[in-house]
Design a protein around this ligand. Structure first.
Ligand code: PEP
Ligand code: MG
Length: 859
């Protein structure tokens, strides 16, 4: 039974003999959660008085019943339409991204209608319509084997006859001639397709709830009969790639392209085009009306819409409106223009962009339309994509760079010795490692596309070969593309789209910042990082890893000398070399950051990362120290640790060899004085890493205070500074109360905290992590997405205990998790002051934080 409800009428519960089938009128009860987005949109178009053909909507409940075996009320549906009309059925789910069965067109086509249509629109066009319907029905509804139709040899009418014969042979019954039978079968097949396992899993992967429903809309087709202009097409008012205003679309003119229907392109462009008459020329009134309708839809549906339309004898019919497909950059421009035109609010614009999508704007990306020849994949550790020649060593990368060739540095894993290569490479690919491995952290810092833990490829670094998952062998010099956004390694070069940071981006981000209620700083170690951080409007540096300042070749050796020194005199000599370097580093950071806070972490070198592993590196160090290579290897052996990440790191080095931290404190204070002389006011923040006991802080604090007094006296200058602790061991969280007594701030390092909470090596977990996630042991890689349950509980304890001891202690997080929405939500709830992440992720964090604040406001 068909019902056209008046506004406010009670919605009748569907039942087997009264399925919920509703004619779409301005007042029929129709909502996205009950009938799907397409049905609701069509109702909106009807309300706007647009020329929408008669349409009937079947609710989710009704379609579910059909899938469960109830016969649809086809006579009720058909009675609503002209008996001669051809119909189409389209899916209408709550979110178009959840997929759904394909539309079926031209329902009602049969032998009798074919004869009539041949008279009306000519045999070729009528044949084309009938043949398409038969094939569509056979394959998608009757589920016949598509290959059976490959044998069709004839053309035109002969092809149709053959198709009908094949149908009869394969289905063991003639092609159904009764429109009611056709429609019933189509509804049943679409309903069942939605409830099939594959479709369910696919949409759940896109975030659909388990019980997501499907609605269907049955619409009269405007066939384009008559002697005037007839055809069909789509139109939109913006360019899908750029988001700039531009009338675009396609139009297929049946009147003009009748012979084109027999073979050949029949697309006729919308606006004037040298290749043939445009829609504007063929049907100027319809074209003008289309543009008007599209503008009206934009204003009233508050979205850029694509119109699907037909023209019949010069008259326009609007069949559907769908949200314009868009690239990330177009999406940003579209929402900014909608807000600037007063159609949506700025807040709504901010809510409409996925924070992750911003990455696409900040980096070069593989174009969505590009062909991907996948060699293998790994962990997407640093976004963006780049194409270059394979090199297997840092030296080869530098040689390539000298020749002006973009190179992809391929290593089992990277260490400080590779940093020169990383600086000149266009991308990095490693066999080992996870989200917090050396390659990943440095790659993100440099904005370098990076795939790590690519164990599906085989790395024969010595043989200079990389073997793809399918066995293809690649050699040094072969070209590959690293897609750090999705973790794929591709053969050769692919089409890319460039990064864009234009005025639209800045406008959008300023709207986001107006809503944000938590600070965002950047992890920046070098002047280049700091410039990027400031460019992305970071509110300061939240973590400067000072050991990363020693990755450059000319600095690595003095750093190693400092570590290698066996007596105070030798160490003093090395420190005297390092001090001016550090002072210059800090002064440069203070200058770049223009008075924004800069938090400097004292040395935290996992010692093994700074020991030369190669014979050449060991020889280089022997030369620099003027000692035999055997002494170097002996000393390396004596410094070797079974578990370097839990060894002589961070404050442990600072307590055991206090002159190193003394030197750093002096460099920071002397740079502060020099900055003040240049007119830059800075209150440096000094952070002590890997603390687990209050006494460690007391000891470091005493020495730092002594250095500060000495520098004040020597320079007759005054300055203030803040001392803080990096909370990254479980014990530091538990004892945060004692520790906070001595500190201005607590910065939670969730990389090490995750490592130590789980007892998982951050460098080795990549090997089994995907298996763990696949089997549901962990819902996500905890080095990637903050484990708010386990690690989070320690964080909460740290916050509560730290705040209880020192209410005004400043709280932040600086692990790699910091830019994620989930982590920021956690930090806001726990009362953190700011998050600090890689410079290139700062905009992502700013937007995620703004959306969380807005979501709270909206409730
Ligand atoms: C951390 O452990 O979370 C951190 C930021 O420090 P690093 O990654 O340098 O160990
Ligand atoms: Mg750490």
């Amino acid at each position: 039974m068909l019902r056209a409800h008046s506004r406010g009428a009670a919605v009748q519960k569907p039942s087997p003999d009264n399925p919920d089938v509703t004619l779409i009128t301005p007042t029929s009860p129709m909502s996205t959660p009950t009938h799907g987005g397409r049905a609701k949109c069509l109702q909106r178009l009807v309300r706007l008085d647009l020329p929408v053909p008669r349409t009937v909507a079947l609710s989710f409940a009704s379609v579910h019943q059909i899938a469960s075996g109830y016969r649809p009320d086809v006579s009720g549906i058909l009675s609503e339409f002209d008996p001669n009309a051809l119909l189409c059925v389209r899916p209408s789910s709550e979110d178009p991204d959840w997929g759904g069965p394909g539309a079926v067109l031209n329902i009602g086509m049969n032998d009798a209608r074919y004869v009539d249509l041949c008279d009306q629109i000519g045999t070729p066009a009528a044949t084309e319509i009938y043949l398409r319907f038969v094939m569509n029905y056979a394959i998608d509804v009757a589920r016949l084997d598509a290959e059976a139709f490959d044998e069709i040899e004839g053309e035109g009418h002969d092809a149709l006859t053959e198709a009908l014969q094949i149908y009869e042979e394969e289905a063991e019954e003639p092609f159904p001639q009764d429109p009611a039978v056709q429609l019933a079968e189509i509804l049943r097949s679409m309903a069942r397709a939605w409830e099939g396992t594959t479709a369910r899993l696919l949409r759940q992967a896109k975030g659909a709830p388990v019980d997501a429903g499907l609605g269907l809309v049955v619409q009269e087709m405007a066939l384009g009969l008559g002697s005037g202009e007839c055809g069909s097409g789509v139109l939109q008012l913006v360019n899908s790639f750029t988001g700039l205003p531009q009338v675009t679309g396609r139009y297929l003119s049946q009147s003009q392209g009748r012979e084109a229907l027999d073979g050949g392109a029949a697309s006729i462009f919308l606006e004037k085009d040298p290749r043939g008459p445009s829609l504007e020329e063929l049907a100027p009134e319809a074209f003008a009306a289309l543009k008007e309708h599209a503008a009206l839809m934009r204003a009233r549906l508050r979205e850029e819409m694509q119109i699907e339309f037909t023209i019949e004898n010069g008259n326009l019919h609007i069949l559907d409106g769908v949200r314009v497909e868009r690239s990330a950059r177009a999406a940003l421009r579209i929402v900014v223009r909608l807000a600037e035109d007063g159609i949506i609010t700025k807040q709504e614009a901010v809510m409409r962009i996925e924070p992750r999508a911003l990455s696409e704007l900040l980096h070069r990306q593989v174009a969505a339309t590009a062909k991907r020849d996948i060699l293998g994949s790994g962990i997407a550790a640093s976004p963006g994509a780049a194409t270059g020649k394979i090199v297997f060593s840092s030296e080869a990368a530098q040689a390539g760079a000298a020749r002006g060739e973009p190179c992809v540095l391929v290593r089992r894993e990277t260490s400080p010795e590779d940093i020169r290569g990383m600086h000149v490479a266009c991308a990095v690919l490693t066999e080992r490692g996870g989200m917090t491995s050396h390659a990943a952290v440095i790659g993100r810092g440099l904005g370098l596309p990076c795939v790590v833990g690519a164990a599906s490829l085989r790395f024969h670094v010595k043989r200079k070969q990389l073997v793809a998952t399918d066995g293809r062998v690649l050699r040094e010099g072969d070209e590959i593309t690293v897609d750090g956004t999705n973790g794929q390694v591709l053969a050769g070069s692919v089409q890319m789209i460039e990064a864009t940071l234009d005025e639209t981006f800045r406008t959008f981000m300023s709207w986001a910042d107006a809503e944000r209620d938590i600070g965002v700083r950047a992890n920046a170690d070098t002047p280049a990082d700091a410039k990027t951080a400031l460019h992305f409007r970071a509110q300061g540096i939240g973590l400067c890893r000072t050991e990363h300042m020693f990755f450059e070749a000319e600095r690595l050796t003095p750093m190693r000398e400092m570590i290698f020194a066996q007596n105070p005199q030798d160490r003093q000599a090395a420190l005297e070399l390092v001090l001016p370097m550090q002072r210059a580093d800090f002064l440069e950071l203070f200058r770049i950051m223009q008075g924004h806070p800069v938090c400097i972490r004292l040395f935290d070198p996992p010692l093994h990362e700074f020991l030369p592993t190669s014979r050449a590196g060991q020889r280089e160090l022997a030369e620099a120290l003027d000692i035999p290579v055997s002494d170097v290897t002996r000393r390396i052996d004596s410094l070797a640790e079974y578990n370097p990440m839990l060894g002589m790191r961070g404050v442990r080095l600072g307590i055991s060899v206090p002159e190193i931290y003394d030197m750093q404190a002096r460099a920071i204070f002397e740079a502060t004085v020099e900055a003040a002389n240049e007119g830059i006011t800075i209150v440096p923040e000094i952070m002590v890493p890997l603390v687990s006991a209050k006494r460690e802080v007391e000891l470091v604090r005493g020495r730092v205070e002594a250095v500060a007094s000495a520098v004040r006296t020597e320079n007759s200058a005054d300055f203030t500074y803040r001392l803080g602790v990096m909370v990254e061991t479980p014990r530091a969280c538990l004892r945060a109360g004692d520790i906070a007594e001595h500190t201005h701030f607590l910065s939670f390092g969730t990389n090490d905290l995750t490592q130590m909470t789980y007892g998982l090596s951050r460098d080795d977990a990549g090997r089994f992590m995907s298996e763990y996630v696949r089997q549901g042991v962990f819902s996500e890689d905890p080095f990637h997405i903050l484990d708010t349950e386990g690690v989070g509980e320690l964080l909460r304890l740290g916050v509560v205990r730290g705040r209880a001891a020192r209410p005004n202690v400043v709280l932040s997080i600086c692990g790699e998790h910091a830019a994620h929405t989930e982590s920021i939500a956690f930090c806001r709830a726990a009362g953190f002051d700011y998050v600090s992440c890689s410079p290139f992720r700062v905009p992502v964090a700013r937007l995620a934080a703004a959306q969380l604040a807005l979501a709270d406001k909206i409730g």
